[in-house]
Design a protein around this ligand. Structure first.
Ligand code: UDP
Length: 492
């Protein structure tokens, strides 16, 4: 796919946002939605990324430009993957073959600065602001060299960011007496409006244990402290008071502007978002059309969530033992042994094809979630999936895996009460566990699904939030006004 890196023509007086989306699907996808919303609000946007990622997002940007004034430019610059020992084309976290190589990936993103700086030197007079992803630790220096503000987009919600700010400040989690590293002993994250206990085993990935990853964590923290503001994909009614608390804790201006996925109203945009689906959306819709309203459980663990064989099988047994039909999205299927694949074919595709639809690879998630047959979402509680579920009015069965997902579960299950927990107690390694053990049993899966699907309360509450989500982005809504205020704050 050819992308010509011309310098965008930005009209005098038009605010121009330079966006550097972090190279992970859960960041790239909402950043593109933010770009589209900014363009709808008449700002100019230039997105700088790498060839592999540019190819993934170009169709969405082309459609957006064709539908509106066409003021999103896409720039694709060389990414130095092989220079740091990564395979060629390893330009997104979902392509990093194993956890230890995440460190190399971070090194490559540091070298990427050279290409970006070279490109924007000429663009500089026309840039009003940089919006950059959580891992581009150098972005704030680049922005300040240009004399423009830098806003960070972590991809997390306000509640999770508040918890993270508190832990950085208090270091409660590092108290070896109160909270030994190996312990499952809960400790309190202080300063929240309610008593929130967490264990070290559930802590977000950006509070790492290994020496190398600690170094990266420290660089990220310095970057967070240096930025001029924080963009959050959320809306006031979903996390009441938490954007203000984040503003107080961080001392930075916070703009909540979500849920940004709501901008995908056309079927093509819902279908092809962040990647090409490995299944025809038409087939999914036909299958869903044959089911009763609110009877299907959609099962997916984000862009990278996958399990070792025993846990994978236990999940499958739980889905079969529950009484509901389900769509099961399976990532990294090539990592499963032959016998598991045979078991999968025999028990799901041969025997239970009318009750189960398997998607091996990338699913058209928001097209599925918005189908009236879907009544529950068994999710890892990645922040985008959480918001997309809310925007579709679908309650969740919460099975957090890693990153900040255990924090999101607290919000979903205990604060908002729009979901039921499967009872996962320990974060697993990013890109899957090495040990082939079971943390969540078949019975846990069945119990949580039955509770959610037979319950009314979670469904009622999430339906109310769906309405509020739509209102937030409508003219005059809180997210709409925050977007306007962001644009005005950088207007030339
Ligand atoms: N997604 C999708 N199809 C898939 C898997 C994920 O469209 O098969 C999208 C999903 O809609 C969401 C994003 O990828 O927008 C995943 O982000 P999330 O924060 O939920 O999880 P992460 O991948 O960052 O763990």
């Amino acid at each position: 796919m050819e992308i010509t890196n011309n310098y965008p023509k930005v009209q005098a007086g038009t605010p121009h946002f330079l966006m550097l989306p972090w190279l992970a699907p859960g960041h790239l996808i909402p950043t593109i939605d933010i770009a589209r919303l900014l363009a709808e609000h008449n700002a100019a946007v230039t997105i700088i990324t790498t060839p592999v990622n540019a190819a993934r997002i170009k169709p969405t940007i082309d459609r957006s430009n064709a539908a509106s004034a066409g003021n999103i430019s896409l720039v694709s610059l060389y990414f130095p993957a092989t220079e740091v020992g990564l395979p060629e084309g390893c330009e997104n976290i979902d392509l990093v073959p194993s956890m230890p190589l995440v460190y190399n990936f971070c090194q490559a993103t540091k070298l990427f600065r050279q290409q970006v700086s070279r490109y924007i030197r000429e663009l500089a007079p026309r840039v009003s602001c940089i919006i950059s992803g959580m891992g581009y630790v150098w972005a704030v220096d680049v922005a300040h060299e240009l004399g423009v503000p830098c806003f960070i987009f972590h991809g997390f919600g306000s509640f999770a960011l508040c918890c993270s700010e508190i832990l950085h400040k208090t270091k409660e989690h590092e108290d070896e007496v109160l909270v030994p590293a190996s312990s499952a002993e809960p400790f309190i994250i202080s300063g929240l409006p309610f008593e929130f206990k967490i264990t070290r085993k559930e802590l977000p990935l950006h509070f790492p244990q290994s020496k190398e990853m600690k170094e990266i964590g420290e660089e990220m923290r310095s970057y967070e402290l240096a930025v001029d503001g924080i963009l959050v994909n959320s809306f006031e009614q979903l996390e009441p008071g938490y954007a203000d608390l984040l503003q107080n804790l961080s001392g930075k201006k916070v703009f909540t502007m979500g849920p940004v996925s709501v901008c995908n109203t056309k079927m093509m945009d819902m279908e092809e978002r962040g990647n090409k689906p490995t299944v025809s959306t038409h087939r999914c819709i036909q299958w869903l059309d044959s089911k009763k309203p609110k009877s299907v459980v959609y099962v997916s663990f984000g862009s990278t969530g996958s399990f070792a064989p025993k846990q994978f099988k236990e999940l499958g047994l739980g889905l079969l033992a529950s009484q509901w039909p389900f769509v099961w999205v399976i990532k990294d299927i090539e990592k499963l042994p032959e016998e598991t694949l045979i078991w999968l074919r025999e028990n799901f595709e041969d025997k239970n094809s009318s009750r189960s639809l398997l998607i091996k690879g990338w699913a058209p998630q928001i097209a599925i979630l918005s189908h009236p047959a879907v009544g529950g979402f068994l999710t890892h509680c990645g922040w985008n999936s959480t918001l997309e579920s809310v925007a579709a009015g679908v309650p969740v069965v919460a099975w957090p895996l890693y990153s900040e997902q255990f924090l999101n579960v607290k919000l979903i299950v205990d604060v908002l009460k729009i979901g039921v927990s499967v009872g996962a107690r320990e974060a697993m390694a990013f890109r899957g566990d090495k040990e082939d053990g079971i943390r969540v049993w078949k019975e846990d899966v069945v119990k949580a699904i039955e509770k959610l699907m037979n319950g009314e309360e979670e469904r009622k509450r999430v339906a109310q939030l769906k309405e509020k989500a739509e209102m937030a982005l409508e003219k005059g809504g809180s997210s709409f006004l925050n977007l306007e205020s962001l644009i005005q704050s950088v207007a030339p």
